[in-house]
Each structure stands twice: as structure tokens, then as C-alpha cells.
Design a protein around this ligand. Sequence first.
Ligand SMILES: *Cc1c(COP(=O)(O)O)cnc(C)c1O
Length: 410
Amino acid sequence: MPFSENDVLALDAVDPLARFRDAFDLPEGVIYLDGNSLGPLTKAAKRRVTETLEAEWGRGLIRSWNTAGWIDLPAKVGAKIAPLIGAAPGTVTAVDSTSINLFKVLAVALAKQPERRVILTEAGNFPTDVYIAGGLADLLDRGHEVRQVPAARLAEAMDDSVAVVMLTEVNYRIGARLDMRTLTAKAHAAGALVIWDLAHSAGAFPVDLAGACADFAVGCGYKYLNGGPGAPAFVYVAPKHPPGLKQPLHGWLGHQAPFDFAAGYQPADSIEAMRTGTPPILSMAALDAALEVFADVDLAAVKAKADRLFDIFTSILATRCPKLELLTPTEQNARGTQVSLRFPDAYPVMQALIARGVIGDFRQPDILRFGLTPLYVRHIDVWRAADILARIMESRAWDRPEFKVRAKVV
Ligand SMILES: *Cc1c(COP(=O)(O)O)cnc(C)c1O
């Protein structure tokens, strides 16, 4: 039996996470279900970027590298992300993009496995992950192969040819979640190293990198962490891999003593060896401020509420729109916090939804995606979004030429 409007209003009235919504600067009249792609602006980030612009850059000028602590921001932001992903202090830094961080850790991991040639990943992993691995294999020119197998066959594909298992915990298209602990253990038993991409995990639900014994991880600052468009990403290196790793992008800020301007490269003796060049301070400040919200957030409660939002959304649609096929696993542990639905005309349906103030997104060729982000999405929001989607489906309101025009970014 689907939830009634009164049922969901009652859930909102007693929701312990409701107080976090006020930390966000959401536009009126929008139900935002795309925080899995771009988290919304926080009030803290808005204040902080203004202050960084006016006081730190405007008046402090170059002195602010020291006086405002700009130089240590990557480590400071990394320290805020670490507890969200089960990482020990000093094992995470905020730097570069997810793609570039993946390149660095994959290069480090492959260098530790000189006898092996296979990079194993899931078929249907996010394209940048597969492209980066392919590009690195080409660059190394030592016969590395990127082997892509379906999720269900990953474990059996872990043989003694596999150098590195490179996986994204939550699949961006369907929202299915891999079992990090089990797959990491299997990979290690086969003698492989493991890299996890946490783009759709960090800030969405509890992650336990240390508990799973992962070797490396990367993740995104602008999705569930709400750092803003193009926010710095993060990288994790397990303490069992000695600090001072020689990742291949020998930038001066990864050097032990950047301001010695020494002739030769010596990596820093810490996670900061993963740094390359000058950090984007405005973006870094926005991410640092956005992470304040997480200081007293219980991610288990976030996942529990996301699961309830999932139930509200999917039960309404199952009753009213049987033609929308649910792609996301119904088992709670087998998914992250997004919902994906399949429909042949998904693109115009999403445009019609956006025109009515419900923002989700579309993925090729026929997928509607909705991010369920409990810090600012209420039970009533997903109830209304499902109702609006159902009305669009029932009336075929999506079937109009203007909704079929494809934009550059979808
Ligand atoms: C969003 C996402 C990325 C993004 O990479 P960028 O370098 O920030 O563009 C990478 N991997 C996965 C799995 C993602 O979902």
C-alpha cells in the first residue's frame, strides 16, 4: 500500500535529520533529486567563498597562503572526509579530480605488481574510470589489459593475472552497490591490490575503507559532499602502503619541501605526496565549508532515511506507473541512495519533470535517475516528486517536441 500524503508529513514531523535542511540554500519551488550529480549550495559555502574572496584574496593577497592557511587546506579537507569513509587520520587528502586521482593511484598500484598485467573492473563502470585505466595502460606500453566483467562474475575473474581490481562501489547508472569487504578480501586472496571509487558513496552512507582493508580509494567532492561544481576530489592511501609513494605526477606540491625549490623530486613523507600543483583555493574553501554539515551527521541514519525515501518513491510509482521499470536493487545493502528507472522515452520524461520543478537526471539510453539525499530532501518531497512523475506518465505530458531537444550536458 503506497504512502499517503499524511503518512509522509508525519514522518517529516519526527525526522531527526530534518534540522540539516536549513544548512542548504535551496531555490524555492524546486524538488532537488540530483544531489548525486551535483550537491546543492550550502549557506556555509556561500559565506566562506565570499570571505575567501574578499578578506583572504582581496586584502590578504599572497600572505593568505600562510595567514589563512591556504597551503594546508587539502590536508584539512582530507581530514574532514576521512571519518566519512572509514579512513584513519592522515590517509586522505583533497586534490585534483577523481579522474586524475585514479590515474595516480592506479599507476602506484601497477608499479607494485610488476609481474601482473590485468586491471580488472566491472563492465559498465563509469566511463572515466575505464578510460583512465586504458590511457595509463597505453602510456606504460607493457601489455596491460583493462578487463571488464559483469558484477556477478568479478570474484571468479580474480586470478593470478590480476594486478589491480578497480571498482566503483555504487554503479552510476543503476545505483547497485558492490560488496566492498567481500570483493576486497577475494582480490587480496588472489594477490591483487584494490582501488575503490567512492564517487557515489562518500557522504551518502557509511563507508569503512579500513575495515574492508582497501588499498586505495578516490572520490568526488561535488556529489554527496556538496563541494560545488568542479570541487576538488579526494584520494586515500591505506597506512599499510608506506608514505612517500612515488605517484607519477611529480608536481612541486607533492614534494617533501616545495619551497626549497630543489633540483630533484623527493615525495612528501605523507599522503600529501599525492598532491601535484597549486590547489584551487576558492573551490577548496567551498568544499571545506560544505563539509561542516557532516560534522555531526550520522551516516547510518542518512542511509536509513534514504531507504525510506526509496520506499515512498518506488511504491507510489509501482502502483501508478507500471511502465517505469525499477533498475535499482530493492535490497537495502545492495544499493546506494539513488533510484534508477527505465523507460524508452526517459529523456523527454525527465525534461517534463524538470519543467515542473522536479530535478533529476537522464542517463543513456533510457534511464531516469533520482538522488535521495536525506540531509535536504524531505519525505514529502519524494512523495510529491513521485506524484508529479505519475501525472506526467498518465497524461503523456512528456510527449512534446520541446522536451525532446537534447542539451549538451544531460
Ligand atoms: C562522477 C564520477 C567521476 C567524476 O570524475 P571527475 O574527474 O570529477 O570528472 C568519476 N568516477 C565516477 C564513478 C563518478 O561517478
